[in-house]
Design a protein around this ligand. Structure first.
Ligand code: NAP
Ligand code: MG
Length: 479
């Protein structure tokens, strides 16, 4: 362990356009998941800090709303430029907090810049309508910002998830209080700092650090906060949902998944195998949209799974697969290895922590595949959030659809087949917010994203997100 690090750097809140130390005076210590060693000291926020952020945001709102739309767009574009200029620094910080491979970190930084760039180009959207009801009336609708938006993000893709929510919130004229996951706050803080340098007025984007139960709860409960966008677990989504229901504020929930990837025997099995590996192993499986249930048409099941296992077996921990991001997550995935064992599942590959001595101390597990499992087993139903795939054979199209939908989640799905009619039928029948045909999930900022069932509600990304960060007013005039 790297405990000799002298005077670790301190990460304070960002409130009203400046760094702000926590009212409590307390700090927690970040952990590097690749080594288990300490990183930065993170401000321990409390409701007093959230009050300060809410006051700053409330003061900033009228001014930000009065900016012309093109001027808001120019600032967002400058933020995109700043993200790209500092790509290496962002990647360094994200790697320190999450351990992800550098190419993954850099791709996420580029994607984060793309969010600001995309929404900068949409400053005048969404537009209202003119309604023709009766002569002598002029009726129109307009979209207006909510005001102060609370955004709570998780640890798996930190900068990206911050950018995904902040860019559409700001472009539609809102102001933001953002709480990143405590364990991975560094890139969000750099984003806030660079946004200020890019011309974002003080108070428009505030970041309060600290634990979810304290700072997150304070944000969702704060009377100044008019809407909340949350990404994280189902359990926390429910907790926040209760507060939002009591306060009658709108909420967007982007929760977990146990997404099905359906492979028919007639598919291009080379492409399908490559994509199946990417689906469950990207970001060490710590992605809400991971493809963790591989449904394969029975006649090709065993041969196809062998192919996927051979490809996945080439992934090296520490190179292609980063560590699990937190000690808790590391423990949780090992618990699922035990559950799989108790359920009698066969690990075709993996099923344990890494045995590479060079990675000792880090939170590394081997890419893992359990073959021919029962869809009702825990490892097929529960979100593991690690590089763990289960495979399930199916008999025909109807069976594939039934199995794909036999899940509490409905985030994304894949369908691999050369039969175009079947591809569309299955895509129509799967209960999921997005379906990919002959490919696995792509990160395009333009495509709306969100869930069915316990995967949440509301949509992030695309023009669609702007509808969730604005509400509609109808104006009726008689002349
Ligand atoms: P989580 O507890 O839901 O955390 C997500 C965010 O919510 C973090 O910023 C967290 O803060 C905050 N939070 C926690 N409790 C809160 C509360 N009571 N009120 C308000 N905010 C609160 O998720 P996690 O524990 O990090 O991960 C657990 C599981 O969530 C994973 O295994 C996975 O299934 C799922 N997950 C889903 C996604 C996704 O993209 N949909 C991403 C990550 C995780 P702190 O962590 O700082 O306390
Ligand atoms: Mg948690």
């Amino acid at each position: 362990m790297n405990t000799e690090t002298a005077a670790a750097a301190v990460l304070d809140h960002w409130i009203d356009g400046a760094s702000a130390s926590p009212a409590s005076g307390t700090y927690s210590s970040g952990t590097n998941p690749a080594t288990g060693g300490p990183t930065v000291r993170i401000a321990g926020g409390d409701p007093t800090d959230v009050d300060a952020a809410a006051a700053a945001a409330t003061r900033a709102f009228p001014g930000w709303r009065r900016f012309s739309a093109p001027e808001r767009g120019r600032i967002l574009r400058r933020i995109a430029d700043a993200i790209r200029e500092h790509a290496e620094t962002f990647a360094d910080l994200e790697i320190e907090d999450t351990g992800k491979p550098r190419r993954t970190a850099l791709a996420e930084v580029e994607n984060s810049a793309a969010y600001f760039e995309f929404y900068a180009g949409l400053v005048n959207l969404p537009v209202g309508d003119v309604l023709d009801v009766e002569p002598g009336q002029h009726i129109y609708t307009r979209r207006e910002p909510y005001g102060v938006i609370g955004i709570i993000t998780p640890w798996n893709v930190p900068l990206n998830q911050a950018a995904r929510a902040v860019a559409p919130a700001l472009v539609t004229g809102n102001v933001v209080i953002l709480k990143p996951a405590e364990t991975s706050s560094q890139t969000t803080m750099l984003l806030a700092r660079l946004s200020a340098e890019a011309g974002l007025p003080p108070g428009v984007l505030n970041v309060v650090l600290g634990s979810g139960s304290v700072v997150g709860t304070a944000i969702v409960s704060h009377p100044a906060v008019r809407k909340v966008a949350f990404t994280g677990s189902v359990q926390t989504g429910r907790t926040i949902g209760r507060i939002a229901a009591e306060r009658i504020i709108p909420l967007t929930l982007e929760l977990g998944g146990k997404s099905a990837n359906v492979v028919f025997a007639d598919a291009d099995l080379d492409v399908a195998a490559r994509e199946a590996v990417r689906a469950f192993s990207a970001n060490a499986g710590q992605v809400c949209s991971a493809g963790t249930r591989l449904l394969v048409e029975r006649p090709v099941h065993d041969a196809f799974v062998a192919r996927v296992a051979a490809l996945a077996g080439e992934l090296r921990e520490g190179e292609d697969i980063g560590p699990l991001i937190t000690r808790t997550q590391f423990a949780q995935v090992q618990e699922y290895f035990q559950i799989a064992h108790e359920e009698g599942a066969t690990a075709v590959i993996g099923g344990s922590v890494t045995d590479d001595p060079a990675l000792a101390g880090g939170f590394y597990v081997k890419p893992t595949i359990y073959s021919d499992v029962d869809n009702s087993s825990r490892i097929a139903q529960e979100e593991i959030f690690g590089p763990v795939l289960v495979t399930i054979p199916f008999d025909d199209e109807a069976d594939a659809i039934r199995l794909a939908n036999d899940s509490e989640f409905g985030l994304i799905a894949g369908v691999f087949t050369r039969d175009i009619g079947r591809a569309f039928r299955v895509a129509d029948s799967i209960e999921a917010g997005q379906v990919f045909i002959n490919t696995w999930s792509t990160g395009a900022v333009q495509t709306p994203f969100g869930g069915h069932k316990n995967s949440g509600y509301g949509r992030e990304k695309g023009i669609e997100a702007m509808l969730h960060y604005s509400h509609l007013k109808t104006v009726v005039a008689v002349y």
